[in-house]
Design a protein around this ligand. Structure first.
Ligand code: GLU
Length: 478
């Protein structure tokens, strides 16, 4: 319990993920909304890892949660706590509930329950052991005695009042027959002990909330927390984001070169809209403007294109030095597509502003500049096929070799010389450039051609044009 003191009266929120898989973007959104609310209100953000399901939990997924949150900048004020280390508190709570008569022991097997309840109008347990007076013991589950009749109302910030008729809620299991307390019990005991005032979490947990409330009251937990169930995230087909079909792992966004500040900005828009309709909202402004009470209940479309677009905007807003520094894992590490030692930072820096304008993730950067650091450019097959189909390509390449042998070598010189070449072959400059670009860089898209040629230098450019000419089978000289 938290003592009255400087923080008294301030919200205490928690993010309580179960480490059963990769850290999901939906979980990241939940963590972010909790964190924003805590930072805005001067409250406390608690991280609690709900790791009691030993069969489904893995240590690497705990690490994944912790590192993804650090990457996103969602720092916890307390924790990470491990729910699995709080077994004594859970057991003590069960004892108290048992002594108060809130629980009863049950020795029904799953098959027996199924057989008895088949065809019942209300699904779930039929209360068979309610009045059998069984003692607690090995092999017996403990069930919570739901009140007969009446309704449990969840006052939800996002969804308004949601009513659950008590008769529709079965006498749910709080301790399994193997003695293991279930999620709903551990979750409520921890929320009470950690003095949580606001439970902000995914909408998938709303159905378990009436159970949480009756337990909270049976445990004399004091004032119920404020509940806010955040809308689910859906894909383009308006289906719930699926671990199998959709790219949901925060780690994969990090690895593709999304910037954490862009992802934070984007996640904040999933269920909430900043005032004034603006979309690029840096985190300080999110903290200032976010309103838990304005979160919308309709499903939020997780729009990959919009996220990529927003990431591109964040990339373009970086100062050059910062951009170069952020590119490091992709261009100087072992994952870079060129042999170690061939990378030249000065060359990269020269090209960087042009690259920065053209990428939407940092992961696209190597493909934009690999022609500078590879002995031979990686030739895109489709791009090359287009060159082969272009009957003027041989002539253009031959003329380019002639022209580039003797022209000046600044960006302007190269531009002028190539424009003259285009005129001579009766093509627009853009179209005339295409075979030259593919021959020299291997691709159809990339940084502006004349900058690329200027940086590569005359010898390399001529060498690549000659190689392309040989591949095209055009006799030297056109
Ligand atoms: N551990 C639960 C889950 O990951 C969340 C519990 C909660 O936020 O109340 O689904």
């Amino acid at each position: 319990m938290v003592e009255a003191g400087p923080g008294a009266g301030r919200p205490r929120v928690r993010f309580a993920p179960s480490p059963t898989g990769f850290f999901h973007v939906g979980s990241a959104r939940t963590a972010l909304f909790n964190w924003l609310f805590a930072r805005q209100t001067g409250g406390t953000f608690v991280l609690r890892i709900e790791d009691t399901d030993a069969e489904r939990n893995r240590e690497e997924w705990v690490e994944g949660i912790v590192s993804a949150m650090a990457w996103l900048g969602l720092d916890a004020d307390e924790g990470p706590f491990r729910q699995s280390e709080r077994a004594p508190q859970h057991a003590a709570a069960v004892d108290r509930l048992w002594q108060a008569g809130a629980l009863y022991a049950c020795d029904c097997s799953r098959d027996q329950v199924e057989e008895r309840t088949r065809g019942n109008p209300t699904p779930g347990y039929d209360g068979y052991c309610r009045d059998r007076g069984l003692e607690r013991g090995p092999g017996r589950a403990l069930r919570f005695r739901m009140p007969d009749g009446g309704v449990t109302v969840v006052h939800d910030v996002v969804r308004g009042d949601v009513e659950f008729p008590n008769d529709a809620i079965e006498d749910f299991v709080v301790v399994k027959s193997n003695g293991q307390p279930l999620f709903v019990l551990a979750n409520v005991v921890d929320d009470i002990d950690m003095a949580i005032t606001h439970v902000i979490r995914g909408e998938d947990l709303l159905p378990s909330t009436p159970k949480a409330q009756v337990l909270w009251e049976a445990l004399d937990g004091g004032d119920l927390p404020v509940f806010a169930h955040l809308p689910m995230l859906v894909n383009e087909q308006r289906k719930k984001l699926s671990k199998r079909r959709d790219p949901v792992a925060v780690e994969s966004y990090r690895d593709q070169g999304y910037l954490p500040e862009a992802l934070v900005n984007y996640l904040a828009l999933l269920g909430w809209s900043p005032p004034g309709g603006r979309e690029i909202v840096p985190v300080e402004e999110l903290i200032r403007d976010f309103r838990l009470y304005d979160v919308n209940h309709s499903p939020a479309f997780f729009d990959l294109q919009k996220l990529a677009h927003m990431n591109g905007e964040y990339i373009r807003a970086l100062a050059l030095d910062e951009f170069v520094a952020r590119c490091a894992p992709w261009i100087t590490g072992p994952a870079a597509p060129w042999p170690a030692g061939r990378f030249d930072e000065a060359v990269f820096r020269r090209m960087a502003p042009l690259v920065q304008e053209r990428v939407s993730t940092l992961g696209e950067v190597p493909g934009m500049v690999d022609f500078l650091f590879l002995e031979e450019p990686t030739v895109d097959e489709q791009a090359w096929a287009a060159v082969v189909r272009d009957e003027a390509a041989g002539d253009i390449v031959a003329r380019a070799i002639d022209t580039y042998r003797s022209c000046g070598w600044t960006v302007d010189d190269l531009h002028r010389a190539t424009a003259e070449l285009a005129e001579a072959v009766g093509r627009k400059l853009g179209k005339a450039q295409a075979p030259i670009r593919v021959a020299v860089t291997g691709r159809r898209v990339g940084p502006p051609l004349f900058e690329a040629l200027a940086v590569l230098g005359r010898d390399v450019v001529l060498g690549r044009l000659q190689a392309a000419q040989a591949r095209l089978g055009t006799p030297a000289g056109g």
